[in-house]
Design a protein around this ligand. Structure first.
Ligand code: SF4
Length: 508
């Protein structure tokens, strides 16, 4: 009997993969637990001899084994969702056992690291810069320049820190990579260590990712001799959104409160424990082994458009028929991702909005679906690619409530260091309520003697809208980090595109 392959990714497990694997074993099959292909709507997905069956339950085992199952999707590698991708970072997805050094080496693992050892620091920096790799965590800063800054910084002790605090709504690529291909992250960090002269790396992971923590700790132990003398360890955070911001992450990693640090100094010069530090996201570091393999930098540079080079593992989530991980070169349009690849909404209703880049991303109207996936194009459209998450909403979504949620989220996750974010987010939620209530009459608070400077006349809806606009400007320009600075994106985009959800008239 052929080997039955079922993912042990936590999403697959949440969908019943463990019970399914046990049912196949009970039926006498040999089961291999592998990484996920990233076709989430088909999980738990069963693979036998390259053919896929999903989503399967223990009740489907007999039919799958005797070849009569209606869940047969054909050869997985030829499925349009997979065949249309350009997988570099996720080249092993669905193909290897996550903690098998044998599988990793047999699929090109360590080739980049071995080559990097022979190249030396300067040449590694050159190739990473040439590839055009930019930080995949959100800011899109060129990785090569960051690495060069750390490499040229004075000091013997330097660190590589992996930001694995994946907290954006609708994102899961970091988790999938760490659970499915953890050696790729180890290899990428070891190469970064060679490039900048760092002997120690930390992977900062959130406690909500127990499977990823276990996989990374397992991979670090198994590969310790291969990457020695480079040393790696996992540091677990409690799961604050703001700890995805690099300086807040460094504070938390050092055991301090997860509060944003003012810059300068840049972490590249004074980062972890005051030493020069590379802070990169999981996807950034996991792209490095491919780039350092023979010809990898040129291939990476040849993909994408303008200054957005290489591939992006896009995460399709929310109300979408074919949710999952889709790695493709930059330049693909938003509409292609949502409608053609994602299949539109799961509910079958028209798409009303998509939010790209997590909870701080702008809500995009379908009339902007021609926008190419490109850092600069998104910036010009007052939005952001962020970590590559796309969350889809159908026509039933209340965008006024979503704008309020943006302020609420900011208020809940604010580290409290600066006023525009700490206080502005709370006032913003109140203003959205007043707009939706049609304005505000003066109340007993404004009549209190200590409020003598306050405008006491009733405020119209237009007055409240102007206040939100002013507040958003202050938050955008005056916040210390992106949490406060980007919250205006979802708020203003929702008000601009769906004024009727705020009780406002649409301007023609
Ligand atoms: S913007 Fe918010 S999260 Fe960022 S430093 Fe200011 S208070 Fe903290």
């Amino acid at each position: 009997m052929s080997v039955v392959r079922i993912s042990d990714d936590s999403l697959a497990k949440a969908c019943g993969a463990d019970a399914l694997a046990a049912a196949f074993e009970k039926a006498g099959a040999t089961v291999e637990r592998v990484s996920s292909w990233g076709m989430h709507w088909l999980e738990p997905l069963v693979e036998i001899g390259g053919r896929g069956f999903g989503p399967a339950t223990p009740g489907d085992v007999d039919a799958i084994l005797d070849g009569s199952s209606a869940l047969d999707i054909g050869t997985i590698a030829e499925h349009p969702f997979i065949a249309g991708q350009q997988r570099l970072t996720f080249a092993r997805a669905g193909l290897t056992r996550p903690l098998s050094l044998e599988d990793y080496a047999a699929t090109g693992g360590w080739a980049g690291f071995e080559r990097a050892k022979g190249l030396g620091s300067e040449k590694i920096l050159e190739e990473v810069t040439q590839s055009g790799l930019r930080g995949r965590g959100g800011a899109g800063f060129p990785a090569g320049i960051k690495w060069q800054t750390v490499a040229r910084a004075a000091g013997e002790e330097k660190y590589i820190v992996c930001n694995a605090d994946e907290g954006d709504s609708g994102t899961f690529a970091d988790r999938m990579l760490m659970e499915g291909d953890p050696f790729a992250l180890v290899e990428g960090m070891a190469i970064a260590g060679l490039a900048v002269g760092a002997g120690h790396g930390f992977i900062y992971l959130r406690s909500e990712y127990p499977d990823a923590i276990a996989k990374m700790e397992g991979a670090i132990a198994l590969s310790a001799e291969i990457v020695a003398p480079f040393k790696l360890e996992v540091r677990v955070g409690a799961g604050a959104y703001v700890c995805g911001e690099e300086t807040s992450l460094l504070n938390s990693l050092e055991g301090k409160r997860g509060e944003v640090r003012a810059k300068p100094p840049l972490p590249a010069l004074e980062g972890a424990f005051g030493k020069p530090t590379v802070v990169n996201n999981v996807l950034t570091l996991a792209a490095v082994p491919h780039i350092l393999a023979e010809g990898g930098a040129s291939l990476y540079e040849s993909l994408g458009i303008d200054r957005s080079k290489g591939t992006m593992p896009v995460q399709l989530a929310g109300n979408i028929r074919h949710g999952g991980l889709y790695e493709t070169a930059f330049g693909i349009s938003l509409g292609t991702l949502v409608n053609d690849i994602g299949g539109g909404t799961e509910s079958g209703r028209p798409v009303k909005a998509v939010q790209v880049g997590g909870p701080l991303g702008a809500y995009m109207h379908p009339d902007r679906f021609d926008l190419p996936f490109d850092y600069e194009a998104f910036t010009a459209a007052e939005s952001l690619i962020g970590h590559g998450g796309i969350t889809v909403f159908d026509e039933t979504a209340d965008m006024g409530a979503m704008a309020r949620f943006a302020f609420e989220f900011c208020a809940a996750e604010s580290c409290g260091k600066c006023t525009p974010c700490r206080i502005g987010a709370v006032r913003g939620a109140e203003l959205i309520d007043r707009i939706r209530d049609g304005g505000r009459v003066r109340d007993r608070i404004e009549l209190a003697p200590q409020m003598h400077n306050t405008k006491t006349a009733a405020r119209s809806q237009e007055d409240e809208v102007q206040l939100v606009e002013d507040l958003c400007e202050v938050m955008r320009d005056g916040s210390l980090c992106a949490l406060g600075g980007f919250t205006p994106f979802p708020v203003m985009s929702a008000m601009r595109h769906w004024p009727e959800d705020f009780g406002l008239e649409r301007k023609v």
